[in-house]
Design a protein around this ligand. Structure first.
Ligand SMILES: Cc1cc2nc3c(=O)[nH]c(=O)nc-3n(C[C@H](O)[C@H](O)[C@H](O)COP(=O)(O)OP(=O)(O)OC[C@H]3O[C@@H](n4cnc5c(N)ncnc54)[C@H](O)[C@@H]3O)c2cc1C
Length: 414
């Protein structure tokens, strides 16, 4: 029997319902409908464009980018948890998780074309919301978020980017940020800096909305990375950039709290993506192993092939339960610090599990698993960064270990 090409992707028959009844049972009807809508968008719009993106080194033709943007807006899949008043969809965390999980089934970061914006805009003034957030959610501009520096990565408190107050209401920003995702296309960069008032000399961590075209903002490096994604992660230098009080997001000195909330959401988003990736990996891997025969038997009938898939299924199921639990706790308004610790645990487990699954499924595909046209190969490369960005696995372990001590083992586990 000849096996299908591993790049072949077969969406489920239309109208059959993407979620099995067992999964749908525990969700509200609106959640099921949203997940099904997101699944159809991924199958019909994103997945067919993956190979073109991969072969182009990440970028898509402008017409294809527009197609994704328009389809996402039409399907109401943009804006994540931002409020309807601000141009988003006002989803619960669980609903947002279900959509991000579906996005995680696609490769090449194609969901980055779906209009969205970082959650810190929730703390911004109405003027900043009008200038940056609303257009971002309409798909008219991008934002970027810049914290990391050459000497301040896992420990951002070591950053040296400084905003000096030069007169009442006026600031001047100097510094350099590394790995700024969307930095090459962003119209506005949310920059984490120490704000310093000459009057007291105290450095207060603060978020500034910096227009990317402001004098003194310069991309100084745009290196290639492992994945073939829509945009790069350039190094951006800020030299004497003039800003106003009105460019501060939230309060002067308020960045740590906003950053923690940002981390919770980003880390849960990564966990959701990893859950979606594992789903895709397992569906592709099981399909391949049951269709291809070697040595007189289906690959699947060799335990050496089936057992790693079984281990991957256990990883994927446990990861999803953990991450969904965190999303539900977030919606239930549980203690912010507890949710922060649990989001770290979910990001740690889901990203490590997804890395294991991708490696196993590449092996199931054999030589075809090393083809860039095989989704498992792309996921194997792309999932690697999920153990690094938004805090490495080691940083998540530090957060989890601290939570175990401060909040107690039972609180963290039960
Ligand atoms: C593709 C990509 C996109 C990114 N996008 C953004 C972005 O948009 N905005 C942004 O601000 N940043 C971004 N980052 C930066 C990312 O968040 C950092 O790379 C990450 O936080 C790690 O920092 P670092 O690279 O400086 O590594 P380091 O902090 O130098 O760490 C190196 C190694 O040492 C380990 N380590 C460090 N400290 C400890 C410790 N105390 N205990 C145990 N181990 C430790 C780390 O876990 C890691 O394994 C991006 C990175 C990448 C690769």
């Amino acid at each position: 029997m000849s096996a299908p090409h591993p790049a072949g992707h077969r969406p489920p028959p239309a109208g059959s319902g993407w979620l099995p009844p067992s999964a749908a049972r525990s969700l509200a009807a609106a959640d099921v409908e949203l997940a099904e809508r997101a699944a159809a968008f991924v199958d019909d719009v994103l997945i067919p464009l993956e190979l073109a993106a991969e072969l182009a080194g990440g970028g898509l033709a402008p017409a294809d980018q527009d197609r994704i943007r328009r389809a996402a807006l039409d399907a109401g899949l943009h804006g994540g948890r931002h409020t309807r008043a601000d141009g988003g969809n006002g989803w619960t965390t669980v609903q947002w998780f279900l959509v991000e999980e579906q996005f995680g089934r696609s490769t090449n970061g194609l969901s980055w074309y779906v209009p969205n914006a970082y959650n810190v805009w929730k703390a911004a003034s109405p003027a900043l919301v009008e200038r940056w957030l609303r257009p971002a959610l309409r798909g008219e501009l991008h934002d970027a978020y810049a914290v990391t520096e050459a000497e301040a990565g896992s420990d951002p408190s070591g950053m040296t980017t400084l905003a000096r107050r030069v007169s009442p209401g006026r600031w001047v920003l100097d510094g350099e940020k590394w790995f700024v995702t969307f930095g090459s296309v962003a119209a506005v960069i949310v920059v984490m800096a120490y704000a310093m008032d000459a009057a007291d000399g105290v450095r207060r961590p603060t978020l500034f909305a910096v227009p990317a075209d402001a004098p003194g903002v310069q991309i100084v490096d745009d290196p290639p990375f492992t994945h073939a994604y829509p945009h790069g992660h350039p190094t951006i230098r800020f030299t004497g950039v003039e800003l106003a009080d009105a460019d501060v997001i939230g309060e002067v000195g308020g960045a740590d709290v906003l950053q923690r909330r940002w981390f919770v959401e980003e880390r849960l988003g990564i966990a959701a993506h990893c859950c979606g990736a594992m789903l895709r990996l397992l569906e592709d891997g099981v399909q391949w192993a049951t269709a291809r025969s070697q040595g007189g038997a289906r690959l699947f009938d060799h335990q050496g092939v089936a057992f790693p898939l079984a281990d991957s299924a256990a990883d994927a199921a446990a990861a999803r339960l953990l991450a969904l639990d965190v999303a539900e706790r977030f919606d239930a308004g549980e203690d912010e610090k507890l949710v922060h610790g649990k989001a770290s645990m979910a990001k740690l487990f889901c990203s490590e599990a997804a890395g294991r699954c991708a490696d196993r499924v590449v092996q199931v595909f054999g030589g075809r698993g090393y083809l860039r046209s095989t989704a498992a190969e792309r996921l194997w490369r792309e999932l690697r960064v999920d153990r690094i960005w938004e805090g490495t696995s080691e940083v998540q372990r530090i957060v989890v270990a601290r939570s175990l001590e401060r909040r107690g083992v039972r609180t963290m586990l039960l």
